[in-house]
Design a protein around this ligand. Structure first.
Ligand SMILES: Cc1cc2nc3c(=O)[nH]c(=O)nc-3n(C[C@H](O)[C@H](O)[C@H](O)COP(=O)(O)OP(=O)(O)OC[C@H]3O[C@@H](n4cnc5c(N)ncnc54)[C@H](O)[C@@H]3O)c2cc1C
Length: 475
């Protein structure tokens, strides 16, 4: 019997699990996929928003501002890449400048620090590649960029190092209520718990529906992206936005924490909650908008495209509350943008609420830190030599584009939460994320996974059952 089950291994479920692991309690995360961070937390813009965008008094505004202020410490503790690069919302005419003034005032009401309206000249100094048509901007110095899947993986790993359990390939299919919850997966596994936190992203309405709670609906809004090679990594310095519209913050141009440039996302509502394909129309929209924001965007340096699904609710705000049907069942739903930014604050809030209900005490020995792996290529030659002397596998480069070593790949397979797929290795190490997108390193990674997991080469998958890479042996 668990004290608390968290359903959904994204950044929100991950942060909730991590905060719960500060307490003396038996806790477990249930995730339907073969790895964590495979939903919205895998594919988004990776911006730690300053917090001027959400309506004052909304949960989005409250958790965004709090989460953004927590982000530097949380990422430092978890060894996750974060950069306080600042964001700029660009105005192109008088109407936009009025909108920017409104955002500035809303930001002040939301408690955002470091906001200022800047003129055309200052904007050009900050961003030499900005469009000639730009007339001014709102500059938010507290905004940053963060790696979203790294944050989800690290928070879950840290929680596991502090005693939390993780069940992958556990698709919650049935929840029976009573003195405690009995949760059954699609393939018949059963677990029991006193409390449930539902943070199942785009499927959180379905999970709430399993206890008869149909008080909200979650829709899917696709966002498509193009990623540019590091060669263009200094094309912009800050995160550049258009003025927001009803559909969201629009297409942005930004650096990523790994020195790529990201263009996107689009915003298209769709019925299918699993379709993350990119489309020619979507990518053309991304290019057209990026070229309105900046001059001569180096789209020729594109190395990949991808899409993610925003989980928007029919209540138009985050839903963070106990279910009206069961006071031991928390819904954490409709967590669209700025959900990544808000995740540390949501985790803290939910963990403390549940701990109060269950009368939990804090552990004496909670360890908040999760040491980052040697990001080998960033070490000096002396440091590299010292590491190789200690662990010789760091002396073998596997991914040439990103200079990722065998040591880093082995650590990804052996450390919580353990990678068991090629994409799992990719999200933990960046092997396969460079210019050749895994063309050279994938066969080596498949071999390493087969050996470490003790399975045949043909059973190694890209991202779980049904995505086997090799169908058989020719010799
Ligand atoms: C295009 C786009 C751009 C965005 N940009 C930003 C940004 O720049 N800044 C920002 O702050 N936020 C941004 N966001 C929002 C942010 O990505 C999300 O708020 C955040 O990732 C949500 O995390 P989550 O854990 O709630 O959901 P998810 O990451 O989707 O996790 C939910 C998990 O639940 C699992 N699950 C579902 N059903 C079941 C089941 N039956 N049983 C077990 N597990 C189940 C899923 O497999 C999934 O892993 C963006 C989102 C998108 C899509």
């Amino acid at each position: 019997m668990y004290d608390i089950l968290v359903i959904g291994g994204g950044v929100v479920g991950g942060m909730i699990l991590r905060e719960l692991s500060r307490f003396n309690a038996k806790i477990c995360l249930l995730e339907k996929e073969s790895d964590v961070a495979m939903g919205a937390s895998r594919a988004n813009s990776g911006i730690s928003h300053a917090g001027f965008d959400a309506k004052e008094g909304s949960l989005k505004a409250k958790f965004n501002v709090l989460g953004a202020s927590m982000m530097p410490k949380v990422t430092e503790e978890l060894g996750v890449k974060y950069k306080n690069n600042g964001s700029i919302v660009v105005g192109f005419n008088d109407e936009d400048m009025e909108t920017l003034q409104g955002l500035y005032e809303r930001g002040l009401k939301n408690g955002v620090k470091g906001l200022k309206i800047i003129d055309q000249q200052e904007l050009r100094t900050l961003e030499p590649n900005i469009s000639d048509d730009a007339v001014g901007a709102l500059f938010a110095t507290t905004a940053g960029i963060v790696c979203p899947y790294e944050l989800a993986i690290a928070s879950i790993g840290n929680a596991m190092d502090n005693g939390a359990e993780l069940k992958l390939n556990f698709e919650v299919d049935k929840i029976e209520t009573g003195e405690y919850f009995t949760v059954t997966s699609k393939d018949g596994q059963v677990v029991k718990a006193k409390y449930i936190v539902n943070s199942a992203g785009i499927y959180s309405d379905k999970i709430a529906g399993l206890i008869g709670d149909n008080s909200f609906k979650i829709g899917a809004r696709k966002g498509e992206y193009i990623l540019l090679d590091k060669e263009s990594g200094n094309f912009v310095n800050h995160t550049l936005f258009f003025c927001p519209t009803k559909k969201g913050k629009g297409i942005l141009v930004s650096q990523t924490v790994d020195n790529n440039i990201i263009l996107g996302p689009t915003a298209t509502e769709q019925d299918d909650k699993d379709d993350v394909t990119t489309t020619a129309d979507g990518l053309n929209d991304v290019i057209a908008s990026a070229n309105k924001l900046c001059k001569k965007v180096p789209v020729f340096n594109s190395i990949t495209s991808f899409a993610g699904l925003r989980a928007y609710s029919d209540r138009h705000d985050f839903i963070i509350e106990k279910s009206a049907l069961n006071d031991k069942f928390y819904n954490v739903a409709g967590i669209e943008s700025p959900g990544l930014t808000s995740a540390p604050a949501i985790g803290d809030f939910i963990a403390n609420e549940v701990a109060k209900d269950l009368n939990l005490n804090k552990k004496d020995n909670f360890n908040p830190t999760r040491k980052a792996d040697y990001f080998f290529k960033n070490l000096t030659n002396e440091e590299k030599n010292a590491v190789i002397k200690k662990i010789p596998e760091y002396g073998k480069i596997v991914c040439r584009c990103e200079s990722i070593t065998l040591g880093e790949i082995l650590r990804a397979i052996r450390e919580n939460p353990k990678a068991t797929t090629v994409d799992g290795i990719k999200r933990r190490t960046r092997a396969g994320m460079g210019r050749c997108q895994g063309g050279f390193c994938q066969p080596v990674i498949v071999s390493v996974l087969a050996k470490e997991l003790g399975i045949p080469y043909e059973q190694v998958t890209k991202s779980g059952k049904g995505s086997e890479i090799n169908v058989g042996r020719t010799k």
